[in-house]
Design a binder for this molecule. Structure first.
Ligand SMILES: [Zn+2]
Length: 117
């Protein structure tokens, strides 16, 4: 899962930022506020909109996902853990970021569809 954690630091007589995803603008700016603006728009561009559960459930060893998207990683993890418990073929699980809008949520130990998508 690619994470985006911004670090702002002094660079070349001004401020620059670097994201944990590796992205880093070449320019620096003397006003920290401007650099914070760049960092914010970077985050907005890359922000995951939802979290998708994926499992390995056959001998291919490849992760397979469905169309279920949760608004938080915690919910997707709860879902996929539950799935792995009930589906004995599952050998591995993971949660990946997705840019799809969330369409399910995890409530009281089960999942329900979000209608107003
Ligand atoms: Zn990033």
């Amino acid at each position: 899962m690619t994470t985006h954690t911004i670090q702002i630091s002094k660079r070349g007589g001004g401020y620059g930022f670097r994201c944990s995803c590796g992205e880093q603008p070449n320019r620096s700016h003397k006003h920290r506020r401007v650099v914070e603006g760049w960092a914010e728009s970077h985050l907005a561009t890359h922000k995951a909109r939802s979290y998708a559960p994926e499992v390995i459930a056959d001998s291919s060893g490849e992760f397979y996902g469905n169309a279920v998207r949760f608004p938080t990683a915690e919910e997707a993890e709860a879902y996929v853990a539950d799935l792995a418990m009930r589906w004995t073929l599952v050998t591995a699980t993971r949660v990946v970021e997705s840019e799809d809008p969330p369409n399910y949520r995890w409530v009281n130990g089960t999942y329900e569809r979000i209608d107003d998508v």
